[in-house]
Ligand binder design. Sequence first.
Ligand code: PEP
Ligand code: MN
Length: 317
Amino acid sequence: MLLTLREDADPAALERALRGLGLWTRRLTDGRQGAIAVVPPSPEVPAARLRDLPGVAAVLESGSPHPKVDAQPRPTWLEAGPTFIAGPCGVESEEGVHLAAEMAARAGATVLRGGAFKPRTSPYAFSGHGRPALRWMRAAADAHGMRMVTEVMSEAEAEAVAEVADVLQVGSRNMQSFALLHAIGRTGRPALLKRGMAATLEEWILAGEHLLHAGAASIVFCERGVRGFDPATRNLLDLGAVAVLKHALGMPVVVDPSHAVGRRDLVAPLAAAAIAAGADGVIVEAHPDAAHALSDGPQALDAEGLALVAARIGVAA
Ligand code: PEP
Ligand code: MN
């Protein structure tokens, strides 16, 4: 919202009054006239209430293209401190996902990750065990009192995943698969929205708007690195986008340092950097036997690696 000021207005006094209502403000100059913008993460206050404040000439409503994302409260599944999400890249076996959940829980993670449906570059690569893996994963999460997040790859599976998962993940490759976003939204479940590999911040936020518009309970953004020019790391972790989402826009965001960097030895420092930049949590890959992982072995953490991440982000093991 933008407040334009009367000529006789006292902008400093008006700003104090707005802050007294819990609003965040930014002073602007609108040609000859002064103006004050009400910026996120301000709570919603009816425009009529602001129009009555001394010195206000007019209240212009923002007409944001993503009003539902702007207005959503903090998703309830996020912890008060950093949320630690960990687990295998893909759910490879019933026993394997139990071992991974045990490792993750022991390190202090409260949410288990893992793919039952895996998007793979090659059609010959392991692409997940599908529906049975959902059941194995649910049991493993329950055994350790964890929530679970898993990717939905197709509209046809959205309901089946929603029946067992606490949070439905949209993968990078599907960030703008609009029919899939709508199907996930229609389940009414919380969603974790990974950033497309070459998506702008605005495209990413609008994908979130699609989910909420279709009925998702909440969305959390997940920065996982964008396509860079340098093969030294798997992707280019965009911590600037994390800071913009959190500090300028007041939106919930977690970071996936595993897919960003692609090497297990660099996951902990990037996890620490993510929290410093404002992330609400991190999502990392871990495997009980990384040397034999069927996908993303080079970035999979062992128990020691998980404990190091927990220490660096300030989560008690
Ligand atoms: C994943 O988290 O399992 C995954 C496939 O990541 P991304 O969509 O970010 O590549
Ligand atoms: Mn992976």
